[in-house]
Design a protein around this ligand. Sequence first.
Ligand SMILES: *[C@@H]1O[C@H](CO)[C@@H](O)[C@H](O)[C@H]1NC(C)=O
Ligand SMILES: *[C@@H]1O[C@H](CO)[C@@H](O)[C@H](O)[C@H]1NC(C)=O
Length: 555
Amino acid sequence: MAGDVDQGTDREEQPDPGGRGLGGPPSAAKRGSWITRALAALAVFAVVPVLAFGIKYYQDGQQLKRHEESLKILGAEGLFLFSSLDTDQDSYLSPEEFRPIAEKLTGITSPGEFEEEESHDPNGETLVLEATMQPLQMDSMTKSKDGFLGVTHSSLSGLRAWRAPATPSSTFSAGQFRVFLPPKNKHEVGDTWWVIPSELNIFTGYLPNNRYNPPPPKGKEVFLHSLLSMFHPRPFVKSRFAPQGTVACLRATSDFYYDIVFRVHAEFQLNEVPDFPFWFTPGQFTGNIIISKDASHVRHFHLYVPNDRPLNVDMEWLYGGSESSNMEVDIGFLPQLELLSSGPSTPPFVTDEEGRMVESRGPEPIHFVFEDIHWTAEVSQQEAQRHLGVTFYPFKKVSYLPLPEAFERAGAEHKLVHSIVLWGALDDQSCSGRTLRETVLESPPVLALLNHSFISSWSLVRELEHMQVCKNLVLGQKAQMHLEKYNFPVEMIVALPNGTIVHHINANSFLDETAMKPEEEDAAFSFSAGFEDPSTSTYMAFLKEALQRAEEFMQ
Ligand SMILES: *[C@@H]1O[C@H](CO)[C@@H](O)[C@H](O)[C@H]1NC(C)=O
Ligand SMILES: *[C@@H]1O[C@H](CO)[C@@H](O)[C@H](O)[C@H]1NC(C)=O
Protein backbone atom coordinates (compact mmCIF):
# COMPACT_ATOMS: atom_id res chain seq x y z
CA MET A 1 0.00 0.00 0.00
CA ALA A 2 1.44 3.31 -0.96
CA GLY A 3 1.71 6.49 1.03
CA ASP A 4 2.07 5.08 4.44
CA VAL A 5 2.48 8.31 6.21
CA ASP A 6 0.35 10.54 8.17
CA GLN A 7 0.15 12.38 11.41
CA GLY A 8 0.09 15.97 12.26
CA THR A 9 -0.63 18.16 15.12
CA ASP A 10 -3.43 20.52 15.52
CA ARG A 11 -3.38 21.90 18.97
CA GLU A 12 -5.76 24.70 18.10
CA GLU A 13 -8.68 22.46 17.40
CA GLN A 14 -7.84 19.31 19.23
CA PRO A 15 -7.92 18.70 22.93
CA ASP A 16 -4.58 18.18 24.52
CA PRO A 17 -4.65 14.51 25.35
CA GLY A 18 -1.76 14.76 27.71
CA GLY A 19 -3.68 17.26 29.78
CA ARG A 20 -0.71 19.53 29.77
CA GLY A 21 -2.56 22.55 28.57
CA LEU A 22 -0.64 25.06 26.61
CA GLY A 23 2.85 23.90 27.28
CA GLY A 24 5.61 24.70 24.89
CA PRO A 25 5.04 23.31 21.46
CA PRO A 26 7.16 20.22 21.83
CA SER A 27 5.58 18.96 25.00
CA ALA A 28 2.13 18.70 23.55
CA ALA A 29 0.54 15.32 23.24
CA LYS A 30 3.56 13.35 24.14
CA ARG A 31 1.59 10.37 25.10
CA GLY A 32 -0.81 10.66 22.25
CA SER A 33 2.03 10.68 19.87
CA TRP A 34 3.34 7.54 21.30
CA ILE A 35 0.07 5.82 20.98
CA THR A 36 -0.15 6.91 17.47
CA ARG A 37 3.06 5.20 16.78
CA ALA A 38 2.33 2.20 18.85
CA LEU A 39 -0.89 1.20 17.29
CA ALA A 40 -1.64 2.91 14.21
CA ALA A 41 1.67 3.89 13.07
CA LEU A 42 2.25 0.31 12.45
CA ALA A 43 -0.01 0.98 9.60
CA VAL A 44 0.82 4.42 8.98
CA PHE A 45 4.36 5.47 9.20
CA ALA A 46 7.13 4.45 7.07
CA VAL A 47 9.32 5.24 9.96
CA VAL A 48 8.22 4.38 13.40
CA PRO A 49 10.19 3.92 16.55
CA VAL A 50 8.92 0.41 16.97
CA LEU A 51 11.68 -0.12 19.43
CA ALA A 52 11.52 3.26 20.97
CA PHE A 53 12.99 2.54 24.31
CA GLY A 54 14.60 5.84 24.95
CA ILE A 55 17.43 4.03 26.59
CA LYS A 56 20.43 6.23 27.12
CA TYR A 57 23.40 4.16 27.62
CA TYR A 58 27.05 4.65 27.82
CA GLN A 59 28.94 1.47 27.44
CA ASP A 60 31.15 2.13 30.39
CA GLY A 61 31.98 4.61 33.06
CA GLN A 62 34.94 5.87 31.11
CA GLN A 63 32.76 7.08 28.33
CA LEU A 64 30.46 8.76 30.80
CA LYS A 65 33.43 10.56 32.29
CA ARG A 66 34.63 11.66 28.87
CA HIS A 67 31.16 12.91 28.14
CA GLU A 68 31.10 14.99 31.31
CA GLU A 69 34.51 16.42 30.58
CA SER A 70 33.50 17.33 27.05
CA LEU A 71 30.39 18.98 28.40
CA LYS A 72 32.52 21.09 30.74
CA ILE A 73 34.84 22.11 27.93
CA LEU A 74 32.31 22.70 25.17
CA GLY A 75 29.02 23.44 26.88
CA ALA A 76 25.78 21.78 25.79
CA GLU A 77 25.52 23.39 22.37
CA GLY A 78 29.18 22.88 21.63
CA LEU A 79 29.01 19.28 22.68
CA PHE A 80 25.98 18.83 20.50
CA LEU A 81 27.86 20.05 17.46
CA PHE A 82 30.79 17.84 18.36
CA SER A 83 28.64 14.74 18.89
CA SER A 84 26.81 15.32 15.65
CA LEU A 85 30.14 15.08 13.84
CA ASP A 86 31.41 12.20 15.93
CA THR A 87 29.45 9.56 14.04
CA ASP A 88 31.04 6.60 15.81
CA GLN A 89 30.58 8.30 19.20
CA ASP A 90 34.12 7.59 20.39
CA SER A 91 34.71 11.22 21.49
CA TYR A 92 37.44 11.69 18.88
CA LEU A 93 37.07 13.21 15.44
CA SER A 94 38.66 11.33 12.58
CA PRO A 95 39.51 13.18 9.37
CA GLU A 96 36.44 11.57 7.80
CA GLU A 97 34.26 12.87 10.63
CA PHE A 98 35.81 16.32 10.39
CA ARG A 99 35.21 16.46 6.62
CA PRO A 100 31.83 18.29 6.76
CA ILE A 101 33.43 21.11 8.75
CA ALA A 102 36.47 21.25 6.47
CA GLU A 103 34.18 21.45 3.46
CA LYS A 104 32.12 24.14 5.05
CA LEU A 105 35.11 26.27 6.00
CA THR A 106 37.12 25.79 2.82
CA GLY A 107 34.17 25.58 0.46
CA ILE A 108 35.89 22.66 -1.27
CA THR A 109 34.09 19.36 -1.54
CA SER A 110 36.36 16.35 -1.50
CA PRO A 111 35.99 14.07 -4.51
CA GLY A 112 33.39 11.31 -4.49
CA GLU A 113 34.42 9.62 -1.30
CA PHE A 114 31.25 7.57 -1.31
CA GLU A 115 31.88 6.11 -4.76
CA GLU A 116 32.90 2.56 -4.28
CA GLU A 117 33.28 2.01 -8.01
CA GLU A 118 34.30 -1.65 -8.18
CA SER A 119 36.19 -2.25 -11.41
CA HIS A 120 34.11 0.02 -13.59
CA ASP A 121 33.77 -1.47 -17.08
CA PRO A 122 34.51 1.26 -19.66
CA ASN A 123 32.68 -0.71 -22.36
CA GLY A 124 29.64 -1.35 -20.15
CA GLU A 125 26.30 0.25 -20.87
CA THR A 126 25.28 3.46 -19.17
CA LEU A 127 22.00 5.25 -18.62
CA VAL A 128 20.91 8.68 -17.54
CA LEU A 129 18.61 9.28 -14.59
CA GLU A 130 16.69 12.50 -14.33
CA ALA A 131 15.51 13.90 -11.00
CA THR A 132 12.40 16.03 -10.71
CA MET A 133 10.69 17.52 -7.71
CA GLN A 134 7.99 19.92 -6.68
CA PRO A 135 8.81 21.31 -3.26
CA LEU A 136 6.78 20.52 -0.19
CA GLN A 137 3.56 22.53 -0.11
CA MET A 138 4.13 24.68 2.95
CA ASP A 139 0.42 25.36 3.36
CA SER A 140 -0.21 21.63 3.76
CA MET A 141 1.61 21.76 7.09
CA THR A 142 -0.58 22.09 10.14
CA LYS A 143 1.75 24.76 11.47
CA SER A 144 0.96 26.97 8.48
CA LYS A 145 -2.53 27.53 9.91
CA ASP A 146 -1.15 29.82 12.58
CA GLY A 147 1.45 31.30 10.26
CA PHE A 148 4.18 29.11 11.74
CA LEU A 149 3.77 30.92 15.00
CA GLY A 150 6.54 30.06 17.39
CA VAL A 151 8.58 28.27 14.75
CA THR A 152 11.90 30.00 14.49
CA HIS A 153 12.82 30.98 10.99
CA SER A 154 16.06 29.06 11.11
CA SER A 155 14.25 25.79 11.85
CA LEU A 156 12.62 25.75 8.46
CA SER A 157 15.49 27.27 6.51
CA GLY A 158 16.64 23.98 5.04
CA LEU A 159 13.09 23.11 4.04
CA ARG A 160 12.38 26.47 2.47
CA ALA A 161 15.66 26.42 0.57
CA TRP A 162 15.09 22.99 -0.95
CA ARG A 163 13.30 23.95 -4.14
CA ALA A 164 14.95 21.67 -6.71
CA PRO A 165 16.93 18.44 -6.94
CA ALA A 166 20.60 18.77 -6.03
CA THR A 167 21.55 17.01 -9.30
CA PRO A 168 18.92 17.15 -12.03
CA SER A 169 20.61 14.57 -14.23
CA SER A 170 23.29 11.96 -13.71
CA THR A 171 24.84 9.07 -15.66
CA PHE A 172 25.19 5.62 -14.12
CA SER A 173 26.59 2.38 -15.43
CA ALA A 174 24.08 -0.43 -15.81
CA GLY A 175 26.28 -2.68 -13.68
CA GLN A 176 25.76 -0.44 -10.65
CA PHE A 177 22.10 -1.45 -10.60
CA ARG A 178 23.03 -5.02 -9.80
CA VAL A 179 22.37 -4.20 -6.15
CA PHE A 180 18.70 -4.74 -6.99
CA LEU A 181 19.19 -8.26 -8.39
CA PRO A 182 17.61 -11.05 -6.35
CA PRO A 183 19.81 -13.36 -4.28
CA LYS A 184 20.20 -16.94 -5.55
CA ASN A 185 17.39 -18.40 -3.48
CA LYS A 186 14.81 -15.84 -4.66
CA HIS A 187 13.69 -16.55 -8.19
CA GLU A 188 9.92 -17.04 -7.95
CA VAL A 189 7.75 -14.08 -8.80
CA GLY A 190 6.37 -12.63 -5.57
CA ASP A 191 9.54 -13.42 -3.64
CA THR A 192 10.87 -10.60 -1.49
CA TRP A 193 14.29 -9.93 -0.02
CA TRP A 194 16.12 -7.23 1.91
CA VAL A 195 18.41 -5.19 -0.33
CA ILE A 196 19.47 -3.21 2.71
CA PRO A 197 18.49 -4.97 5.90
CA SER A 198 17.32 -3.11 8.96
CA GLU A 199 19.91 -2.87 11.67
CA LEU A 200 17.53 -1.70 14.34
CA ASN A 201 16.68 -4.21 17.00
CA ILE A 202 15.46 -4.36 20.52
CA PHE A 203 18.92 -3.46 21.82
CA THR A 204 19.77 -0.62 19.49
CA GLY A 205 16.39 1.13 19.73
CA TYR A 206 16.32 3.96 17.22
CA LEU A 207 19.09 6.09 15.83
CA PRO A 208 19.80 9.52 17.32
CA ASN A 209 18.21 12.71 16.00
CA ASN A 210 21.09 15.04 16.74
CA ARG A 211 23.10 14.40 13.60
CA TYR A 212 23.68 16.41 10.46
CA ASN A 213 25.47 14.03 8.16
CA PRO A 214 24.85 10.40 7.37
CA PRO A 215 27.43 7.82 8.38
CA PRO A 216 29.51 6.72 5.36
CA PRO A 217 27.34 4.26 3.45
CA LYS A 218 28.72 0.78 2.97
CA GLY A 219 28.05 -2.12 0.61
CA LYS A 220 24.80 -1.79 -1.28
CA GLU A 221 24.00 1.42 0.60
CA VAL A 222 26.64 3.21 -1.47
CA PHE A 223 24.65 3.04 -4.68
CA LEU A 224 21.36 3.89 -3.04
CA HIS A 225 23.05 6.81 -1.33
CA SER A 226 24.24 8.15 -4.68
CA LEU A 227 20.72 7.84 -6.12
CA LEU A 228 19.11 9.69 -3.21
CA SER A 229 21.90 12.28 -3.28
CA MET A 230 20.47 13.46 -6.58
CA PHE A 231 17.57 14.88 -4.55
CA HIS A 232 19.46 16.34 -1.61
CA PRO A 233 23.08 16.19 -0.42
CA ARG A 234 22.24 14.61 2.94
CA PRO A 235 20.23 11.42 2.47
CA PHE A 236 20.19 8.86 5.26
CA VAL A 237 19.79 5.56 3.46
CA LYS A 238 18.54 4.04 6.69
CA SER A 239 15.89 5.96 8.57
CA ARG A 240 16.23 6.62 12.28
CA PHE A 241 13.12 4.66 13.12
CA ALA A 242 12.10 1.13 12.33
CA PRO A 243 11.24 -0.33 9.99
CA GLN A 244 14.29 0.95 8.15
CA GLY A 245 15.98 -0.48 5.09
CA THR A 246 15.13 -1.44 1.53
CA VAL A 247 13.04 -4.38 0.39
CA ALA A 248 12.65 -5.68 -3.16
CA CYS A 249 10.07 -8.00 -4.73
CA LEU A 250 10.44 -9.97 -7.94
CA ARG A 251 7.38 -8.88 -9.90
CA ALA A 252 8.03 -10.55 -13.24
CA THR A 253 10.57 -12.63 -15.11
CA SER A 254 11.33 -13.35 -18.75
CA ASP A 255 14.16 -15.33 -20.27
CA PHE A 256 16.52 -12.40 -19.97
CA TYR A 257 14.90 -9.85 -17.69
CA TYR A 258 13.62 -9.19 -14.23
CA ASP A 259 11.06 -6.58 -13.24
CA ILE A 260 11.83 -5.78 -9.62
CA VAL A 261 9.66 -3.55 -7.45
CA PHE A 262 11.29 -2.00 -4.42
CA ARG A 263 10.49 0.08 -1.38
CA VAL A 264 12.99 2.23 0.49
CA HIS A 265 12.66 3.71 3.98
CA ALA A 266 15.15 6.56 3.91
CA GLU A 267 15.10 10.20 4.97
CA PHE A 268 16.91 13.50 4.59
CA GLN A 269 18.38 15.90 7.11
CA LEU A 270 17.85 19.36 5.64
CA ASN A 271 19.55 21.83 7.96
CA GLU A 272 23.17 22.86 8.34
CA VAL A 273 25.16 24.18 11.27
CA PRO A 274 24.34 26.42 13.13
CA ASP A 275 20.67 25.51 12.70
CA PHE A 276 19.44 22.42 14.50
CA PRO A 277 18.68 19.28 12.51
CA PHE A 278 15.49 19.06 10.49
CA TRP A 279 14.33 15.58 9.47
CA PHE A 280 12.36 15.15 6.30
CA THR A 281 10.91 11.67 6.11
CA PRO A 282 8.80 10.69 3.11
CA GLY A 283 6.34 7.89 3.80
CA GLN A 284 8.35 5.74 1.46
CA PHE A 285 10.24 5.69 -1.78
CA THR A 286 9.06 3.06 -4.19
CA GLY A 287 9.55 2.21 -7.84
CA ASN A 288 10.77 -0.50 -10.13
CA ILE A 289 13.66 -1.55 -12.30
CA ILE A 290 13.61 -3.69 -15.42
CA ILE A 291 17.08 -5.14 -15.65
CA SER A 292 18.76 -8.00 -17.53
CA LYS A 293 19.60 -10.94 -15.31
CA ASP A 294 23.32 -10.25 -15.65
CA ALA A 295 22.86 -6.52 -14.96
CA SER A 296 24.53 -5.58 -18.24
CA HIS A 297 21.41 -3.76 -19.45
CA VAL A 298 18.83 -1.63 -17.63
CA ARG A 299 15.66 -1.13 -19.60
CA HIS A 300 13.83 1.12 -17.17
CA PHE A 301 14.33 2.64 -13.74
CA HIS A 302 11.87 4.63 -11.69
CA LEU A 303 12.04 5.70 -8.03
CA TYR A 304 9.52 8.08 -6.46
CA VAL A 305 7.62 9.19 -3.36
CA PRO A 306 3.94 8.19 -3.70
CA ASN A 307 1.61 11.18 -3.71
CA ASP A 308 -1.73 9.40 -3.63
CA ARG A 309 -2.53 10.38 -0.05
CA PRO A 310 -3.16 13.98 1.00
CA LEU A 311 -0.16 13.87 3.32
CA ASN A 312 3.02 12.00 2.60
CA VAL A 313 5.93 13.47 4.54
CA ASP A 314 6.71 13.42 8.23
CA MET A 315 8.92 16.24 9.50
CA GLU A 316 10.66 16.59 12.84
CA TRP A 317 12.96 19.30 13.94
CA LEU A 318 15.00 19.88 17.06
CA TYR A 319 14.86 22.90 19.31
CA GLY A 320 18.06 22.34 21.13
CA GLY A 321 21.38 20.74 21.29
CA SER A 322 20.88 17.32 22.73
CA GLU A 323 19.14 14.06 22.12
CA SER A 324 16.58 14.90 24.78
CA SER A 325 15.92 18.35 23.36
CA ASN A 326 12.44 19.32 22.45
CA MET A 327 11.21 18.39 19.06
CA GLU A 328 8.56 19.86 16.86
CA VAL A 329 6.63 17.70 14.47
CA ASP A 330 4.45 18.28 11.46
CA ILE A 331 3.30 16.57 8.32
CA GLY A 332 2.89 17.85 4.83
CA PHE A 333 2.35 17.08 1.20
CA LEU A 334 5.15 16.65 -1.29
CA PRO A 335 3.66 16.63 -4.81
CA GLN A 336 6.66 15.15 -6.56
CA LEU A 337 10.06 13.64 -5.87
CA GLU A 338 11.23 11.19 -8.49
CA LEU A 339 14.05 9.69 -10.48
CA LEU A 340 13.32 8.37 -13.94
CA SER A 341 15.58 6.84 -16.57
CA SER A 342 15.61 8.91 -19.74
CA GLY A 343 15.79 5.69 -21.75
CA PRO A 344 17.30 2.21 -21.65
CA SER A 345 21.01 1.86 -21.01
CA THR A 346 23.19 1.88 -24.12
CA PRO A 347 26.78 0.80 -24.86
CA PRO A 348 29.43 3.45 -25.53
CA PHE A 349 30.46 1.76 -28.81
CA VAL A 350 28.74 -0.35 -31.42
CA THR A 351 30.14 -2.12 -34.45
CA ASP A 352 28.79 -1.00 -37.81
CA GLU A 353 28.14 -3.19 -40.87
CA GLU A 354 31.80 -3.14 -41.78
CA GLY A 355 32.84 -4.22 -38.33
CA ARG A 356 34.16 -0.80 -37.29
CA MET A 357 33.74 0.49 -33.74
CA VAL A 358 31.50 3.52 -33.73
CA GLU A 359 30.93 5.79 -30.79
CA SER A 360 27.24 5.56 -30.00
CA ARG A 361 26.95 8.98 -28.43
CA GLY A 362 29.04 10.78 -31.03
CA PRO A 363 27.98 13.71 -33.16
CA GLU A 364 25.36 11.50 -34.83
CA PRO A 365 23.84 9.56 -31.97
CA ILE A 366 22.81 6.05 -32.89
CA HIS A 367 19.16 5.19 -32.64
CA PHE A 368 18.75 1.97 -30.73
CA VAL A 369 15.78 -0.32 -31.14
CA PHE A 370 14.93 -2.57 -28.21
CA GLU A 371 13.05 -5.83 -28.43
CA ASP A 372 9.76 -6.22 -26.59
CA ILE A 373 9.92 -8.10 -23.34
CA HIS A 374 7.53 -11.01 -22.93
CA TRP A 375 7.09 -11.84 -19.28
CA THR A 376 6.86 -15.56 -18.74
CA ALA A 377 5.76 -15.25 -15.10
CA GLU A 378 4.44 -12.27 -13.22
CA VAL A 379 2.36 -10.93 -10.36
CA SER A 380 0.52 -7.62 -10.52
CA GLN A 381 2.10 -4.38 -9.42
CA GLN A 382 -0.41 -4.26 -6.55
CA GLU A 383 0.46 -7.75 -5.43
CA ALA A 384 4.16 -6.90 -5.42
CA GLN A 385 3.47 -3.78 -3.36
CA ARG A 386 1.51 -5.87 -0.90
CA HIS A 387 4.42 -8.29 -0.49
CA LEU A 388 6.73 -5.35 0.21
CA GLY A 389 4.30 -3.95 2.77
CA VAL A 390 4.01 -7.22 4.65
CA THR A 391 7.79 -7.62 4.73
CA PHE A 392 8.12 -4.23 6.42
CA TYR A 393 5.02 -4.48 8.58
CA PRO A 394 3.94 -7.95 9.71
CA PHE A 395 0.54 -6.62 10.78
CA LYS A 396 -0.23 -6.18 7.09
CA LYS A 397 -0.64 -9.92 6.79
CA VAL A 398 -4.27 -8.94 6.85
CA SER A 399 -5.08 -6.45 4.11
CA TYR A 400 -5.92 -2.87 5.01
CA LEU A 401 -8.27 -1.61 2.30
CA PRO A 402 -9.36 1.94 1.55
CA LEU A 403 -12.48 2.61 3.59
CA PRO A 404 -15.03 2.60 0.71
CA GLU A 405 -13.68 -0.74 -0.51
CA ALA A 406 -13.67 -2.10 3.02
CA PHE A 407 -17.39 -1.34 3.42
CA GLU A 408 -18.14 -2.97 0.09
CA ARG A 409 -16.19 -6.11 0.89
CA ALA A 410 -17.64 -6.33 4.39
CA GLY A 411 -21.13 -6.16 2.89
CA ALA A 412 -20.40 -8.89 0.38
CA GLU A 413 -18.72 -11.19 2.88
CA HIS A 414 -20.98 -10.46 5.87
CA LYS A 415 -18.12 -9.21 7.98
CA LEU A 416 -17.54 -6.16 10.12
CA VAL A 417 -15.33 -3.22 9.25
CA HIS A 418 -12.34 -2.83 11.54
CA SER A 419 -11.25 0.72 10.96
CA ILE A 420 -8.46 2.82 12.41
CA VAL A 421 -8.71 6.58 12.14
CA LEU A 422 -5.68 8.70 12.83
CA TRP A 423 -4.58 12.23 13.11
CA GLY A 424 -2.13 12.03 15.85
CA ALA A 425 0.18 14.60 17.20
CA LEU A 426 3.53 13.13 17.54
CA ASP A 427 6.79 13.93 18.97
CA ASP A 428 9.43 11.61 20.00
CA GLN A 429 11.46 9.86 22.65
CA SER A 430 8.52 9.59 24.96
CA CYS A 431 7.89 5.92 24.75
CA SER A 432 10.03 4.25 27.34
CA GLY A 433 9.13 0.70 28.18
CA ARG A 434 5.87 0.36 26.37
CA THR A 435 6.97 -1.74 23.52
CA LEU A 436 4.59 -4.61 24.08
CA ARG A 437 1.62 -2.68 22.88
CA GLU A 438 3.27 -1.91 19.66
CA THR A 439 2.86 -5.49 18.71
CA VAL A 440 -0.89 -5.63 19.16
CA LEU A 441 -1.92 -5.48 15.54
CA GLU A 442 0.64 -8.00 14.48
CA SER A 443 0.08 -10.47 17.30
CA PRO A 444 -1.07 -13.83 15.93
CA PRO A 445 -4.43 -14.04 17.76
CA VAL A 446 -5.43 -10.54 16.67
CA LEU A 447 -4.31 -11.24 13.10
CA ALA A 448 -6.31 -14.46 13.04
CA LEU A 449 -9.49 -12.85 14.38
CA LEU A 450 -9.19 -9.87 12.04
CA ASN A 451 -8.67 -12.21 9.13
CA HIS A 452 -11.64 -14.34 10.02
CA SER A 453 -14.35 -11.86 10.92
CA PHE A 454 -13.32 -8.37 9.85
CA ILE A 455 -12.32 -6.31 6.86
CA SER A 456 -9.65 -3.87 7.99
CA SER A 457 -8.99 -0.32 6.93
CA TRP A 458 -7.20 2.78 8.10
CA SER A 459 -7.82 6.40 7.19
CA LEU A 460 -6.51 9.83 7.89
CA VAL A 461 -8.97 12.21 9.51
CA ARG A 462 -8.34 14.48 6.56
CA GLU A 463 -9.42 11.77 4.15
CA LEU A 464 -12.66 11.23 6.05
CA GLU A 465 -13.33 14.95 5.95
CA HIS A 466 -12.97 14.87 2.18
CA MET A 467 -15.21 11.81 1.96
CA GLN A 468 -17.84 13.46 4.11
CA VAL A 469 -18.49 16.13 1.51
CA CYS A 470 -18.11 13.94 -1.56
CA LYS A 471 -20.88 13.35 -4.08
CA ASN A 472 -21.49 9.82 -2.89
CA LEU A 473 -24.05 10.48 -0.17
CA VAL A 474 -23.98 6.99 1.30
CA LEU A 475 -20.23 7.09 1.64
CA GLY A 476 -20.37 10.65 2.99
CA GLN A 477 -22.76 9.48 5.69
CA LYS A 478 -20.45 6.64 6.66
CA ALA A 479 -17.52 9.01 6.89
CA GLN A 480 -19.60 11.32 9.05
CA MET A 481 -20.51 8.49 11.43
CA HIS A 482 -16.82 7.71 11.70
CA LEU A 483 -15.90 11.31 12.42
CA GLU A 484 -18.58 11.61 15.09
CA LYS A 485 -16.88 8.86 17.07
CA TYR A 486 -13.35 10.04 16.40
CA ASN A 487 -11.27 11.40 19.22
CA PHE A 488 -7.74 12.63 18.99
CA PRO A 489 -5.27 11.12 18.25
CA VAL A 490 -6.30 7.61 17.17
CA GLU A 491 -9.65 5.88 17.27
CA MET A 492 -10.21 2.21 16.61
CA ILE A 493 -13.70 1.65 15.24
CA VAL A 494 -15.82 -1.37 14.37
CA ALA A 495 -18.75 -0.73 12.05
CA LEU A 496 -21.50 -2.68 10.32
CA PRO A 497 -21.33 -2.70 6.51
CA ASN A 498 -24.00 0.03 6.46
CA GLY A 499 -21.79 2.32 8.53
CA THR A 500 -23.45 1.97 11.93
CA ILE A 501 -20.74 1.89 14.55
CA VAL A 502 -21.06 -0.94 17.01
CA HIS A 503 -17.95 -0.35 19.07
CA HIS A 504 -15.00 2.00 19.27
CA ILE A 505 -12.11 2.72 21.53
CA ASN A 506 -9.76 5.63 21.72
CA ALA A 507 -6.09 4.76 21.70
CA ASN A 508 -5.47 6.71 24.88
CA SER A 509 -8.15 4.78 26.75
CA PHE A 510 -6.80 1.61 25.27
CA LEU A 511 -3.38 2.43 26.66
CA ASP A 512 -4.81 3.21 30.07
CA GLU A 513 -6.56 -0.14 30.14
CA THR A 514 -3.47 -2.03 29.20
CA ALA A 515 -1.01 0.00 31.24
CA MET A 516 1.13 -2.34 33.23
CA LYS A 517 2.40 -1.65 36.67
CA PRO A 518 6.10 -2.23 37.10
CA GLU A 519 5.70 -5.46 39.05
CA GLU A 520 3.39 -6.84 36.40
CA GLU A 521 5.87 -5.97 33.76
CA ASP A 522 8.28 -8.45 35.23
CA ALA A 523 5.64 -11.10 35.21
CA ALA A 524 4.70 -10.37 31.65
CA PHE A 525 8.22 -10.84 30.50
CA SER A 526 8.59 -14.21 32.11
CA PHE A 527 8.13 -17.18 29.85
CA SER A 528 4.97 -18.51 31.36
CA ALA A 529 2.99 -20.92 29.28
CA GLY A 530 0.17 -19.38 27.30
CA PHE A 531 1.58 -15.95 27.86
CA GLU A 532 -0.36 -13.27 26.14
CA ASP A 533 0.56 -9.66 26.61
CA PRO A 534 -2.15 -7.45 28.10
CA SER A 535 -2.52 -5.32 25.00
CA THR A 536 -3.25 -8.34 22.88
CA SER A 537 -5.89 -9.67 25.23
CA THR A 538 -7.45 -6.22 25.60
CA TYR A 539 -7.63 -5.81 21.85
CA MET A 540 -9.07 -9.31 21.50
CA ALA A 541 -11.71 -8.40 24.07
CA PHE A 542 -12.50 -5.22 22.13
CA LEU A 543 -12.97 -7.13 18.87
CA LYS A 544 -15.04 -9.90 20.49
CA GLU A 545 -17.28 -7.38 22.20
CA ALA A 546 -17.81 -5.73 18.81
CA LEU A 547 -18.82 -9.05 17.28
CA GLN A 548 -21.30 -9.66 20.06
CA ARG A 549 -22.85 -6.22 19.71
CA ALA A 550 -23.09 -6.67 15.95
CA GLU A 551 -25.06 -9.86 16.48
CA GLU A 552 -27.56 -8.01 18.65
CA PHE A 553 -27.95 -5.44 15.89
CA MET A 554 -28.72 -8.11 13.35
CA GLN A 555 -31.53 -9.59 15.41
C1 LIG B 1 -6.70 -15.66 6.40
O1 LIG B 1 -7.65 -16.66 6.10
C2 LIG B 1 -7.42 -17.37 4.91
C3 LIG B 1 -8.56 -18.34 4.65
O2 LIG B 1 -9.41 -18.46 5.73
C4 LIG B 1 -6.08 -18.08 5.01
O3 LIG B 1 -5.80 -18.76 3.80
C5 LIG B 1 -4.99 -17.06 5.27
O4 LIG B 1 -3.74 -17.71 5.45
C6 LIG B 1 -5.31 -16.26 6.52
N1 LIG B 1 -4.32 -15.20 6.69
C7 LIG B 1 -3.83 -14.86 7.87
C8 LIG B 1 -2.86 -13.76 7.91
O5 LIG B 1 -4.17 -15.41 8.91
C1 LIG C 1 -27.67 -0.66 9.74
O1 LIG C 1 -28.22 -1.92 9.96
C2 LIG C 1 -28.65 -2.16 11.31
C3 LIG C 1 -29.11 -3.59 11.40
O2 LIG C 1 -29.92 -3.97 10.33
C4 LIG C 1 -29.71 -1.18 11.68
O3 LIG C 1 -30.12 -1.39 13.03
C5 LIG C 1 -29.18 0.22 11.51
O4 LIG C 1 -30.18 1.18 11.78
C6 LIG C 1 -28.66 0.43 10.10
N1 LIG C 1 -28.01 1.72 10.02
C7 LIG C 1 -28.20 2.57 9.02
C8 LIG C 1 -27.44 3.83 9.09
O5 LIG C 1 -28.93 2.31 8.09
